[in-house]
Design a protein around this ligand. Structure first.
Ligand SMILES: Cc1ncc(COP(=O)(O)O)c(C=O)c1O
Length: 405
């Protein structure tokens, strides 16, 4: 048995079991695409880190550094990347800003964005555009769901006209549409564009292979499908792309041998040390150790189960509820092909989605309503036995009327 062990305690994840979430008050938790509750493994790891500092102060920092190294290796495995191409960052936004601020832009460079994306993957590019005179081009994320072939044709046309960078999410936060990263990445490579992926809605729930997908940059945060604490994330930078980045966001920890002046005696306090190579350049200052310990514990559980098995489990959950909801008048956004599906099942309900989310919350069911969709996002702890509970709540809401308590 491949267990995750911390300070003598061990935790075993089981598909469909909430045993590691003993205090979760929500009856059915369908909100992993928003924020995941911490498992016992995460809670224990964070407490252990806090206790480590409480008992040993600075002497515990070495253990924190080791946890960070293990975490980088775990994240690298999750996206099939070499560990040296990966940095730990504060959140998805930070990784996007790091790249947007560090690319040697030329005036008039064209950047292709998707309308309908979460703003995290828009605002930093808008700021870079304002500062460097870039041209932003827009396509509709929904076009990739409703007519994928035509959307890819349009993308290729734009690439032929010259695009510096394409930025998109691996999974759309509204509809759960898994984007055709492999095809887009190949097109970008073919036409000399760089490819940036926001993977917070994918990492830990759908397989990601940065090399096979032709990804140059990938940024993701910890608190959704990775089920770690907030305030932590990772940035992948392909070695070719790393060559291009300027050290515009570098800080004291970006230098090689950054600690030498603290540990090696006099004569090492210098400001001209070279910067760490590649992605690690963006690890610029003191870091969220508690979060890293928690995330390491959470990914340990995900690795026990395997991303492919978690996705399969979640698809079975979606399979069980989707036809029932369609029969009740809901319109599903789910992609017909398996490779377009993710952990999120989104639907247009009969009536306003926020009202549905509120009514379901009153009945102990947690879900979200981004941009008018009712978003159900179960993960590995969700059981198929929850499906009839959700359907009973839906029937009750329909019988009483959405406006009634
Ligand atoms: C696609 C996507 N990107 C990014 C974020 C969050 O970005 P950050 O980690 O910077 O808060 C979210 C949700 O909060 C999201 O759905």
């Amino acid at each position: 048995m491949n267990e995750t062990a911390f300070s003598g305690q061990s935790f075993q994840a089981e598909l469909g079991s909430r045993a590691l979430f003993p205090d979760l008050e929500t009856r059915v938790y369908l909100n992993h695409a928003s924020l995941s509750p911490p498992s016992s493994a995460v809670r224990e790891a964070v407490l252990r880190a806090m206790d480590g500092y409480a008992h040993k102060g600075m002497a515990w920092y070495v253990e924190a550094m080791e946890s960070r190294d293990r975490l980088r290796a775990q994240l690298a495995r999750l996206m099939s990347a070499p560990v040296e191409d990966l940095a730990l960052i504060a959140n998805t936004t930070a990784g996007i800003l790091d790249v947007a601020l560090s690319l040697p832009w030329r005036r008039g460079d064209r950047v292709l964005l998707l309308e309908g994306e979460f703003p995290t993957n828009i605002t930093p590019w808008q700021q870079a555009a304002r500062r460097h005179g870039l041209e932003l081009l827009w396509m509709q994320a929904e076009d990739f769901r409703l007519d994928r072939e035509r959307a890819l044709e349009r993308l290729e046309t734009e690439l032929r006209l010259g695009i510096r960078l394409v930025a998109m999410s691996a999974v759309q936060f509204t509809t759960g549409q898994r984007m055709p990263l492999e095809t887009v990445g190949a097109l970008c490579r073919q036409h000399g564009a760089e490819f940036f992926v926001d993977a917070i809605q994918a990492l830990g729930i759908v397989p990601i292979d940065v090399e096979a997908m032709g990804i140059h940059y990938l940024s993701a945060g910890s608190h959704k499908w990775l089920m770690g604490p907030e305030g932590l994330g990772c940035l992948y930078v392909h070695p070719d792309a790393a060559e291009r980045l300027e050290p515009n966001v570098a800080g004291w920890l970006s230098h090689t041998d950054a600690f030498a002046f603290l540990t090696e005696g006099a004569g090492h306090l210098r400001y001209d040390r070279p910067f760490q190579h590649g992605a690690r350049m963006v690890e610029s200052g003191t870091f969220n150790t508690l979060g890293a310990c928690g995330l390491e514990a959470s990914i340990g559980l995900i690795e026990q189960l395997g991303v492919a098995r978690i996705l399969e489990h979640v698809q079975a959950w979606h399979d069980a509820i989707e036809p029932e909801l369609i029969q009740r008048g809901f319109e599903s956004a789910r992609m017909p092909d398996a490779d377009g599906r993710s952990g999120t099942l989104s639907l247009h309900p009969p009536g306003p989605a926020p009202d549905w989310a509120r009514q379901l919350a009153r009945r102990g069911i947690s879900c979200a309503s981004p941009d008018g969709w009712l978003r159900l996002s179960p993960s590995w702890p969700n059981s198929i036995e929850e499906v009839p509970i959700v359907l009973a709540a839906v029937d009750e809401i329909m019988a009483k009327g959405l406006g009634n308590p």
